[in-house]
Write a protein that binds this ligand. Structure first.
Ligand SMILES: [Zn+2]
Length: 150
């Protein structure tokens, strides 16, 4: 399991940003195969990262989020991308695949409803439209205020 498989999605996204913005200031290999380095924080601070690619959970960072906890923060992720940029590519590819699948599903749905609409009369279309709008409004209302029917 790589770093991107066990870190939270948010840490991976932010880590990717940090990596692209070149916020990893230094990264040195230790003799035991781990890495040591500094990553710039969001303010003028910089954080020290100890990176263990073989045992990702043993990585540490002294930022407020991860310090003393077994949390893989964006700083650790950013440095791991410096060590192995193929992981960053793997993550980006995963995301792109997901996005294009979503697009495909949407296109299929569009075709399906369009096909159905072609065989409907004007009255049927009007009724279906109004019903769909009411349903949509009810869904939004339930999302906003919760379902208080039950
Ligand atoms: Zn950190």
């Amino acid at each position: 399991m790589g770093m991107i498989d066990i870190a939270s999605r948010q840490s991976v996204w932010r880590g990717l940003d940090y990596y692209k913005q070149k916020k990893v200031l230094s990264c040195k290999a230790n003799e035991d195969g781990t890495y040591e380095g500094d990553v710039a924080g969001s303010d003028d601070k910089k954080y020290h990262v100890h990176l263990d690619m073989t045992h990702p959970r043993k990585s540490t960072c002294d930022c407020p989020l991860a310090n003393g906890k077994r949390i893989i923060c964006k700083h650790i992720v950013a440095m791991s991308f410096c060590v192995d940029s193929s992981e960053a590519d793997r993550f980006k590819k995963e995301k792109t695949n997901y996005a294009s699948e979503e697009e495909e599903r949407r296109a299929k749905r569009y075709d399906r409803y369009m096909k159905r609409a072609k065989y409907m009369s004007k009255t049927e279309l009007r009724e279906a439209y109004v019903e769909a709008m009411i349903e949509l409004e009810e869904i939004h209302r339930t999302e906003k205020y919760g379902n208080n029917k039950g």
